[in-house]
Write a protein that binds this ligand. Structure first.
Ligand code: SF4
Ligand code: SF4
Ligand code: SF4
Length: 251
């Protein structure tokens, strides 16, 4: 049976999500048995200019060059997958949108800024249609495998839309708020199995906000633990620059 021609591409990002795939260990052997990887700059030197069955695209669209490149990838891919938060929500690149772009260019490139025209950060779906979405910074490998299986089986995949707290409670972690630390789990989309909290860190909201965040519940938790809304909104802006106002509305 012909294995689907599959490629990995990167736009503006740190390439950490591709690294998750490269670091999949023995699972990587299973993956290459399932798909024919024809381009994957972080792993192989071959390139491919023909049609693609599946294109995984990591990173955000942060200039018109990236938008044109993404459009060209979309035109030759039957299935396009947004890989990681930079691609699915704009991720950390979204912070740029809060600043004056000319000023951003001046700070980063100084006198040479005209050589590097920039644009507001966009997630992939704001430029081209996206078939599958894998959130996370970086992606959570078990979810990547689930999505890959869905693609191969021709099934849709819907990312979980409940809060990270639901996973964290199942694992019976002690809530970080009870340890005097604030955490974005109550309003962040699950699907990572509360990965960061399990490993002694807070949830930074990398998977984006749930579609219907319990704003009043979150405010109740903050009030009970003496945490200011401003403090949490600032944390949320790291990954959710465009949607921090959602919590603001709960005031
Ligand atoms: S989502 Fe995070 S880990 Fe993945 S490419 Fe973007 S910054 Fe890197
Ligand atoms: S707030 Fe954070 S630590 Fe507390 S239950 Fe939710 S995810 Fe877990
Ligand atoms: S716990 Fe939060 S920050 Fe960590 S991977 Fe999950 S959604 Fe992202």
């Amino acid at each position: 049976m012909r294995r689907p021609k599959t490629a990995f591409f990167d736009l503006s990002c740190c390439e950490g999500c591709q690294l998750q795939v490269v670091n999949a260990g023995e699972l990587l052997l299973e993956i290459v048995n399932l798909v024919d990887i024809v381009e994957f700059r972080e792993a192989i030197s071959e390139t491919w200019a023909g049609e693609l069955d599946v294109a995984f695209v990591e990173g955000s669209v942060t200039d018109e060059h990236a938008a044109a490149r993404l459009t060209a990838i979309r035109a030759r891919a039957k299935v396009l997958v947004a890989l990681g938060s930079c691609a699915t929500t704009g991720g950390v690149n979204g912070m740029k949108n809060a600043l004056d772009l000319a000023e951003v260019g001046r700070i980063v490139y100084g006198e040479d800024r005209r050589l590097f025209p920039t644009a507001a950060t966009r997630a992939l779906h704001q430029v081209v249609p996206v078939d599958y979405t894998i959130h996370g910074c970086p992606i959570y490998l078990p979810e990547f495998l689930t999505v890959l299986k869905c693609i191969l089986a021709g099934l849709p995949y819907t990312a979980p839309d409940q809060a990270v707290c639901t996973e964290c409670k199942r694992i019976e972690n002690v809530c970080l708020f009870d340890r005097g630390v604030s955490c974005l789990g109550p309003v962040t989309r699950a699907g990572c199995n509360s990965w960061c909290v399990n490993n002694g860190n807070i949830c930074y909201g990398c998977r984006g906000l749930v579609s219907n965040p319990n704003e009043k519940g979150m405010l109740k938790v903050l009030t009970a633990h003496g945490v200011s809304l401003e403090h949490v909104v600032k944390k949320m802006e790291l990954y959710n620059r465009c949607r921090a106002e959602v919590v603001e509305r709960g005031r």
